[in-house]
Design a protein. Structure first.
Length: 163
């Protein structure tokens, strides 16, 4: 899959100055935060929610959406294909030097399908590419789903999004 970075919402406002990297946030806060960060930035969404539903709910026309699902189809990705997902996102980030934002909604699903350690390694690699390529990655998280050790590891490696 090859996504072209396109700015969904042009804005005269300066966008939020947040260092590139991965940020965890509460599920209910992430979509509004992503939409705020999307102003003046190209973005992409990875989600368990279907692309049509996301586009309708958030009035998105240009922003690419990848659906994490075991069903084959256009704009879908199987949850076991972490390497392919990483490659797809890295290609998006490297397209140009302009700031970008990614909403990565599906962490718990990937952990259920792949285990915590492979997904954590995937996220740390993704974070490194994000830092190198001027990209903010927003990851919704339900803390109660993770055990204390896993949650501590996630919070130590990734910041908490505060807008």
């Amino acid at each position: 899959m090859n996504f072209v970075p396109i700015v969904e919402f042009e804005s005269d406002e300066t966008y939020e100055e947040i260092p590139a990297g991965i940020y965890l946030c509460k599920v209910e806060e992430c979509y509004p935060a992503f939409l705020k960060l999307l102003k003046g930035r190209a973005g992409v969404i990875i989600s368990r929610i279907s692309p049509d539903t996301l586009r309708k709910n958030f009035k998105l026309e240009k922003t690419p959406v990848l659906w994490l699902t075991k069903i084959e189809g256009k704009s879908t990705i199987h949850p076991h294909r972490l390497e392919f997902l990483l490659h797809t996102l890295v290609n998006f980030m490297k397209k140009n030097k302009n700031p970008k934002v990614v909403l990565f909604d599906g962490l718990e699903y990937l952990v259920l399908e792949n285990g915590f350690i492979p997904v954590f390694k995937f996220l740390t690699a993704l974070k490194d590419y994000a830092v190198m390529n001027n990209t903010i990655i927003v990851v919704p998280i339900k803390e109660e789903i993770f055990d204390t050790r896993e949650l501590s590891i996630l919070k130590r490696e990734f910041g908490e999004l505060k807008l």
